[in-house]
Design a protein. Structure first.
Length: 529
């Protein structure tokens, strides 16, 4: 399923389909087509700024016949209102098979409401499977840049190839987005983002005009997202390919767990902070779910199919999890921290666990892919447990995950992870009768820009991580970058791309390591050239 630089106009003669979307009580989007009831459009407010698309456009959650289109009207990224009046704004969108928009095959209008930060989530529906398109937004004569997106193959089709990048942890104050500059040069079908899109810390060297305090209110989070999204390299990758996203902790606050913050604070105040963070996340993501429910919750776990080749189960490892055990300390004694074995502890919550187990069992994909946040592979050395925020702090939950994978009967389950600011690849196994039974395979991507483990904890930690992960096929605890995967029916190949530094936007990128997995082999293999 390679990218087409010259788009066909197969649907050029099709009637224009008008498709909008609205969220029902279950968080599902309902497309509105020709003949459907449509909401009246308000007038365009007087005196709008000349540039309303300063934080770009994006697409996401592609299906065989539809894709979500996103923008947020922002004239001033550092103003919580975006520099817009407190009035609804009508926003038109159109989708074409050509970059010049001579063959527009879908169009519609949405209302950008102030209560949702003037964000727009439009579903372009009635599309052809496995097809590239161009889209853009407009408010009167003010037009966004054109961007590309695509639909997925039909559920019963087997594409020749899928090329994707997966990434995480892009703290803007820690460095440049050179990794996105490299990613923009890749020939991709999809980007999977595994969390920590923003960090709750305030301004720093890279964002000096952002208030230098912890992000807590809806206004704070809106400014933080806009400050990140105005980066041209990030905008470019969003404009080139659809994204499938999930969150981790820093979209709210470091190491939060459900309704429990890492640091003690007023419960009511924290609850309002979390609700604000969830709303701001939805306002800034090309996501098919939402808006948030009346209680502030937002279900983001979902699946995305790529024909019979792959099915991505996108998890939420924050909203429903139990609080971390043993004070959420780093490098604790396994013998002393027995609470991590508590069967009542959960990473996903019972409902999401059941959803995942049922989805894996029903999946007919060659490659079932679990896209989630924290490292599953045990980072335990003798009596030392490195990080209780990972699945090592939720041992029984990990056992249930492995059991669900085993019960599904799939041999090619792949887990994509981030969070740790290091890269790695390892087989995931359970001990049975003195033998290791491989149940899945994990690829961990390093950070786009957030401080690496060596920068945070010192040089000695690299040796420690490598010793702990001695069973891993690949480990890199020093560099920044992302991972790039090429998937066929026969083989999964992951290339770990690193950038030379995060102080230079133009820092060169290279492949540091390559790991392959042959379908049915149940064994990762290092395959560097």
């Amino acid at each position: 399923m390679t990218r087409r630089t010259v788009l066909t106009a197969a649907a050029a003669g099709a009637a224009v389909a008008i498709a909008g979307c609205s969220g029902d009580e279950a968080g599902n989007d309902t497309p509105a087509g020709l003949g459907a009831d449509s909401q009246p459009m308000p007038p365009i407010p007087d005196g709008l700024p000349a540039d309303l698309f300063t934080i770009g456009v994006a697409s996401g959650d592609p299906l065989p016949t539809s894709v979500m289109l996103w923008t947020r009207l922002v004239a001033d990224p550092l103003d919580p209102t975006g520099g817009l009046p407190d009035e609804p704004v009508p926003v038109a969108w159109e989708l074409a098979t050509d970059e010049g928009f001579d063959a527009v095959i879908a169009a519609g209008s949405e209302i950008a409401e102030p209560r949702w930060g003037h964000s727009v989530h439009a579903e372009a529906a009635g599309l052809e499977p496995d097809t590239w398109y161009w889209y853009r937004f407009s408010v009167g004569d003010i037009r966004s840049p054109a961007a590309r997106t695509r639909t997925m193959p039909s559920d019963d089709a087997t594409p020749e190839e899928l090329r994707l990048a997966f990434a995480s942890c892009q703290e803007f104050n820690s460095g440049t987005y050179a990794a996105y500059g490299a990613m923009a040069e890749d020939d991709l079908d999809l980007v999977v983002f595994l969390g920590d899109y923003i960090y709750e810390q305030g301004g720093g060297l890279m964002t000096p005009k952002v208030p230098a305090r912890v992000t807590e209110t809806l206004d704070d989070y809106r400014v933080q997202y806009a400050a990140y999204k105005r980066n041209p390299m990030l905008q470019q990758v969003h404009a080139q390919v659809p994204w499938v996203v999930t969150w981790d902790d820093h979209e709210v606050g470091n190491n939060y767990a459900g309704d429990v913050p890492q640091e003690p604070e007023d419960p009511a105040g924290y609850d309002q902070r979390r609700i604000a963070a969830y709303q701001a996340y939805w306002e800034h993501m090309p996501i098919r779910t939402g808006p948030p429910e009346e209680d502030g919750s937002l279900r983001i776990y979902r699946s995305v199919r790529v024909g019979t080749l792959a099915e991505f189960f996108v998890l939420d490892g924050r909203q429903y999890r139990s609080d971390q055990v043993c004070g959420d300390q780093l490098a604790v004694s396994a013998a002393e921290c027995t609470d991590r074995l508590d069967k009542a502890n959960t990473m996903l919550g019972a409902e999401q666990e059941e959803w995942l187990a049922a989805g894996l069992e029903a999946s007919t994909a060659t490659w079932p892919v679990i896209a989630q946040q924290t490292v599953v592979f045990p980072l335990v050395l003798d009596d030392l447990v490195l990080n209780l925020d990972q699945w090592d702090g939720y041992v029984a939950a990990r056992e249930r995950l492995f059991q669900a994978i085993t019960d599904s009967g799939h041999d090619n389950v792949v887990v994509l992870s981030g969070d740790i600011h290091a890269a790695g690849a390892s087989d995931l196994f359970v001990e049975r009768g003195g033998a290791r039974d491989v149940v899945a395979h994990e690829f961990v991507t390093t950070s786009i820009s957030s401080l690496s483990i060596i920068a945070e904890l010192g040089p000695g930690v690299v040796d420690l991580v490598e010793r702990i992960a001695s069973d891993a096929v690949y480990v890199n605890a020093e560099d920044h970058g992302y991972a790039r995967a090429t998937i066929t029916s026969e083989r999964w190949t992951t290339e770990f791309v690193t950038v030379a530094n995060v102080t230079d936007d133009d820092a060169p990128a290279s492949v540091d390591g390559t790991v392959t997995l042959t379908a049915g082999s149940k064994k990762l293999v290092r395959a560097d050239p």
